[in-house]
Design a protein around this ligand. Structure first.
Ligand code: DGJ
Length: 765
């Protein structure tokens, strides 16, 4: 609900309030953002302006912009903080003075058309603040869009050149939030390839903390999601944008905190021609008492308003990539497909290498014709055979890229990003296609569209495997427009391909999570979380990603026994227990799996299908554990919960362990049952000769053969407890210590884990 009263704007969502107003100087000032409060006069939230700070630069009597909580800031009039708006004319005159001329409730929802935006319903409202710049013929509009049900406010800006000359936009952030308080911890998800979304907590007491991307994508270095945390209040932010972003948090000498978020001004400027306008991407902001509440608001908003609804229940995917890399052909794929189907998987993805002469990563990007060595009877034939097995079929593409050794490059050398006839940097042996050229956009739309239609694929994995460099396009006048123009072109390409092909399930990927953002999620149902599929590393990667994004969009695969990135050996059960917190898939050489491993996979999939709705629609949270060697996740929906309890390094005699499950109904009784899981014999080494009924070499060929057919069942745990008790913690069954065996013992070793299903017991209190 939005109410405009006198000069105050009250934005109320179900659980939060965002209030701002226009002061006597016609500046938009911030009053309040936090848990919902009833509408009232804002006087108690206003500064009294009766004394001046020393060193103040004043615009009026005792009025200094540097000490005001502003909704938009500009430089040159005494605000010495980082500003949200900076434009100049061709003489570099960057002096500005923005003043509000009008505030009104919009009769329709205006969103930036060149970028993605969320779905709108009747309950969504928008207020617009119109400003003029005293020194430039500019109209600026600040938009506040209120998603009442999801407790989210969206911010963006539009600038219109009403003059006769070009105006240069040097920076235009999507969001500015000035909070009259300090002492926040800033939580961000940073990393690199294979180590994405590592949560970082920085306490900021003064100065500016910047989290940004300059790689041409939202990047694996610094995700655009941001949380500000204090004991009683948290604020969360994110951008619906996939290009270079910039988030800064500054603490001022007067104890206020300024947050700016938007397109990275360091890699951006824009020639705004007469009568043209420029709109920023949308920024999301939300608030809550705790980090978990803010995370939940993000999740609900993304699930309800951003991610396109899936065309069919999320498929359990088989992707052969880690099982084969480029070394595959028709025969191998069909043998995998048969096993994938037997195990209960739904979708078979043919990854990189099906086209051109691509048997390694140095050629053929940009070419869309089949690799005839791999598919002598044609790719269509392979696809049909897979489909005849009862599987849906998906294809990998990397449309934004071009290989030097490709037909595409030989025919269109001028399509490559960068200065022609100069050395252009390669990443993973490839260059970038210049999407700013309309010919290039059409080429991608035509080829990917044709591929989907002709091969009748149900799913596309859209990859993008390098950071941008050589940002230069022969069609641009201002090369600092490159990054944003590239993003606009990408949005347009994706819209043109997928809006009319809503039946296609789209998974985004960028060397794993290099472009895990709300821009991509506006068109794709999920994103490949990381190329690193090691279960232990994934604990951190998935936890960091899940703080900002719902589990339903995290694509996680169970890969081989010895991880290809870390060389760590992890049990099949733990690999599944971690991967199942998201959209599940398998990515290993199924021909190398023993009978018992295939049986285990089959059971995992049966289990997953039963709890899939809970995982994909439920509320996820991380529960704190007493033991630093343990990680505990829970996802809860209505009357049930699934808890993942994970161990890292084992040691002799681990302290007794408690399992906590939070946010259940305290008076209600619940059953708690561990998911049965098989453990492979090779995990037990020489102990096997003590349990065998006949003399046997624990590492010999008989044992090896036996391990294909026999397993050991992990200890089973079953109990019941009230929600109140579960919140305090229940005592878990013992862990194996080496002193004896009992069927209830957890046989974890290093990297062990268990899933617990928690269900309400009907009719009991
Ligand atoms: C990077 C992706 O993240 C992988 O899953 C795989 O698709 C490769 N690209 C293929 O080149």
């Amino acid at each position: 609900m939005i109410e405009i009263k006198d000069k105050t704007v009250y934005c109320q969502t179900q659980n939060t309030s965002y209030w701002f107003g226009i002061n006597d100087y016609q500046h938009p000032v911030h009053y309040y953002f936090g848990p919902k409060i009833p509408l009232q006069d804002v006087a108690p939230l206003q500064r009294d302006h009766v004394v001046a700070y020393g060193s103040s630069v004043e615009l009026g009597y005792l009025y200094s912009l540097d000490q005001e909580a502003l909704e938009i800031s500009f430089s040159g009039k005494g605000d010495f903080r980082e500003v949200a708006y900076e434009i100049s004319d061709l003489k570099q005159d960057a002096l500005s003075h923005l003043r509000v001329t009008k505030v009104f409730l919009n009769d329709h929802i205006d969103f930036p058309k060149a970028f993605f935006y969320p779905r709108i319903t009747d309950s969504v409202q928008q207020v617009v603040v119109q400003l003029v710049d005293d020194y430039h013929p500019i109209r600026l509009e600040l938009f506040y869009t209120v998603y009442e049900e999801e407790d989210v406010i969206l911010r963006h800006q539009r600038i219109i050149n009403e003059g006769a000359d070009i105006v240069l936009i040097n920076r235009l952030m999507s969001l500015q939030l000035d909070l009259n308080e300090q002492g926040f911890e800033v939580i961000t998800a940073n990393g690199t390839w294979g180590r994405e979304a590592q949560l970082t907590k920085d306490r900021i007491n003064s100065g500016t903390l910047i989290h940004q991307s300059r790689t041409g994508a939202s990047s694996n270095l610094s995700n655009p999601g941001l949380i500000l945390k204090k004991p009683q209040i948290c604020y969360g932010f994110n951008l619906i944008y996939s290009g270079n972003h910039y988030n800064s948090v500054s603490v001022n000498y007067d104890g206020s905190t300024r947050v700016l978020s938007g397109i990275n001004p360091q890699t951006f400027s824009w020639n705004l021609k007469p009568q043209e306008s420029f709109e920023t991407p949308l920024a999301i902001c939300t608030t809550g008492h705790t980090e978990a509440q803010v995370s939940n608001h993000f999740h609900q908003f993304i699930k309800n308003r951003i991610v396109p609804t899936a065309p069919f229940p999320k498929p359990i995917t088989y992707n052969h990539w880690e099982g084969t890399f480029f070394d595959y052909n028709h025969k191998k794929l069909i043998s995998f497909a048969k096993k994938a189907k037997e195990c209960g998987m739904d979708l078979f993805v043919i990854d990189d290498g099906w086209f051109g002469k691509r048997d390694q990563d140095n050629c053929s990007l940009g070419d869309y014709f089949e690799n005839t060595n791999k598919f002598p009877q044609g790719l269509k034939n392979t696809i049909q055979q897979i489909r005849d097995l009862g599987l849906k079929v998906g294809l990998w593409v990397e449309p934004e890229m071009i290989s030097e050794d490709s037909e595409c490059y030989r025919q269109h050398p001028h399509w490559v990003v960068g200065k022609p006839n100069h050395l252009r940097a390669k990443g993973r042996n490839q260059w970038i296609l210049d999407l700013c050229q309309t010919e290039v956009q059409d080429y991608i739309v035509d080829h990917v569209g044709r591929l989907i239609d002709e091969y009748q694929v149900d799913y596309i994995k859209w990859d993008m495997n390098r950071h941008h460099s050589d940002q230069f396009s022969c069609v641009l006048e201002n090369q600092k427009e490159f990054d944003v123009r590239f993003q606009m072109a990408l949005v347009s390409i994706l819209r043109r391909i997928f809006i009319e092909r809503k039946h296609v399930f789209l998974e985004m990927c960028s060397s794993g999570g290099n472009r895990f953002d709300l821009g991509m999620l506006s068109v794709a149902q999920q994103i490949w979380t990381s190329d690193n599929t090691d279960a232990m590393d994934r604990l951190k990667i998935q936890e960091g990603t899940a703080l900002f994004y719902p589990l339903s969009v995290l694509s996680n695969h169970v890969s081989g026994k010895i991880n290809t990135q870390t060389l760590r050996k992890t049990s099949l059960s733990t690999r599944f227990n971690v991967a199942c917190f998201g959209a599940l898939g398998y990515e290993l050489d199924l021909n190398l799996c023993s009978k018992v491993e295939l049986d285990e996979i089959k059971e995992q999939i049966e289990f997953y299908k039963k709890v899939q709705e809970l995982i994909l629609k439920g509320d996820f949270m991380v529960t704190e554990t007493d033991n630093p060697n343990r990680v505990c996740w829970q996802v809860k929906n209505g009357k049930q919960a699934l808890v993942g309890y994970f161990g890292k390094m084992n040691s002799g005699l681990q302290p007794r362990e408690k399992l906590r499950v939070l946010d259940l109904e305290s008076q209600t009784m619940y059953s708690i049952e561990s998911k049965p899981q098989r453990l492979m014999l090779d995990q037990f080494g020489e102990l096997l000769k003590h349990v065998a009924k006949f003399p046997i070499h624990p590492y010999g060929s008989i044992m090896n053969l036996l391990s294909h057919y026999k397993t050991i069942q992990d200890g089973v745990f079953k109990t019941s407890a009230s929600g109140a008790l579960l919140a305090q913690g229940i005592v878990l069954n013992d862990l194996y210590l080496g002193t004896g065996y009992h069927e209830s013992i957890r046989l974890w070793g290093d990297f062990g884990s268990t899933l617990y299903v928690v269900k309400e017991i009907e009719n009991e209190t």
